[in-house]
Design a protein around this ligand. Sequence first.
Ligand SMILES: [Zn+2]
Length: 57
Amino acid sequence: MSTVPVCPVCDAEVHLQGTTIVSELVVCDSCSCMLEVRSLDPLQLAEAPQEQEDWGE
Ligand SMILES: [Zn+2]
């Protein structure tokens, strides 16, 4: 029984390819959200913190 991680934002299955490592960033195919791999066993994804682009100063 394989665990397919789901996007925490839109609940779609996220297909990871190749070797997955903790804290790897992946993009959800469905909603294009940036997701972070939080753990491998079980595979868990979390919404990656949005990096604010700071063009000030
Ligand atoms: Zn999604």
